[in-house]
Design a binder for this molecule. Structure first.
Ligand code: FAD
Length: 314
């Protein structure tokens, strides 16, 4: 089922989860263990992230440095297929512009359709640490809105290479939103205008970057509605687990922590995990009171904390 259908049919707010493929060389068991732990908590759907290939450097015995290009975390489509077909849980496959040609994206959409996956999250991705050369006979999407347009074309049976009457592939499309602004956008207004162009290109819903201050989410939703964005906006939550994340999360995701949370963790760093859990529970309750259609947890493959928060919401 599509995410948008889940939202339309839901009598109560839904809960969805986002998982990351295991590093290359690990087993699918890493994923099935996570999904088995989540099953009792009725995941409405599970997102599986996507990762472009990057450059990795190894010291060699001769003292030289060897550069290798590979995907550290392959398997997005296969993992979606396993969750979708073995566990009968709907999945959302993340698709990126960066590091992928339009031709590869079309192939991925065909594979996902064959696997029964009906949802994708269309993302630009961040520039990898090597530039994949795009051959003259290939093309690439630049922004997420271009990727949404490509999916929209396929929904209407228009494939690349001039196939204009293919079997339509009907995907529900989500896009990313940033309650604290995307780090490259000149300001919030410009970023929300870009978000609107993703929705106008065909996106069915928005899921947000993590945030720790609900007020920022409430203001973001208000600004989106004022701009004429009417699709569901789903808040993304990540539970703080350690004092070290007070610096790593802002560095990696360009967000701010509220003063109260920083002060609590800094005055008691050994209890960061408990403080983070209580904060997430309070945040989730506040969002539900606000009337969000669903909560989306970035679980980064650690189910323990998220299960604790979800149990507390009952
Ligand atoms: P876009 O919507 O394309 O926007 C990127 C920037 O360009 C913004 O500043 C926007 O304002 C600007 N912009 C947009 N259109 C135009 C235009 N036409 N002209 C000029 N400027 C424009 N990354 C991964 O690698 N894998 C994942 O699985 C993944 N999952 C994510 C899930 C969520 C819910 C979120 C919020 C992020 C995720 N990311 C993931 C990170 C994401 O790829 C980065 O944040 C990336 O920098 C931006 O992606 P986007 O789709 O928001 O880009």
């Amino acid at each position: 089922m599509k995410v948008i259908e889940h939202l339309e049919k839901a009598k109560n707010p839904l809960i969805s989860y986002e998982i990351v493929p295991p590093p290359r060389g690990r087993s699918i068991r890493d994923i099935t263990n996570i999904v088995e732990a989540l099953v009792p908590y009725n995941p409405a759907w599970i997102d599986v992230t996507s990762h472009a290939a990057g450059a990795f450097y190894n010291d060699t015995p001769s003292g030289m440095v060897e550069r290798k290009i590979y995907k550290k975390r392959p398997g997005t489509m296969g993992i979606c297929g396993v969750i979708q077909n073995r566990f009968k849980i709907d999945t959302v496959a993340h698709l990126l512009c960066m590091g992928f040609t339009k031709e590869e994206t079309e192939d991925a959409l065909i594979e996902l359709n064959y696997l029964g996956v009906e949802n994708i999250l269309a993302l630009r991705g961040d520039r990898p640490n090597y530039d994949k050369a795009i051959r003259a006979d290939r093309s690439a999407n630049e922004y997420a809105s271009d990727l949404v347009s490509q999916v929209q074309d396929m929904k209407e049976g228009r494939f690349l290479n001039d196939i204009t009457s293919g079997s339509p592939l009907d995907f529900c499309v989500g896009v990313a939103g940033y309650p604290e602004k995307h780090f490259e956008a000149p300001n919030m207004k410009a970023d929300i205008a870009r978000l609107k162009s993703k929705v106008e290109a065909g996106a069915d819903y928005v899921v947000t970057q993590m945030f720790y201050d609900n007020q920022k989410f409430f203001e973001f939703v208000k600004a989106c509605r004022e701009e004429g964005i009417t699709v569901p906006i789903i808040p993304g939550l990540k539970i703080l687990k350690s004092a070290k994340q007070l610096t790593s999360i802002p560095k990696n995701f360009y967000i701010d922590f509220p003063d109260e949370l920083v002060e609590e963790v800094m005055s008691s760093p050994d209890h960061a995990k408990e403080i983070g859990l209580e904060w997430a529970k309070k945040q989730a309750r506040g969002l539900l009171e606000f009337g969000v259609p669903s909560l989306h947890f970035y679980i980064m493959n650690d189910t323990e904390s998220v299960i604790d928060v979800v149990q507390s919401l009952n």
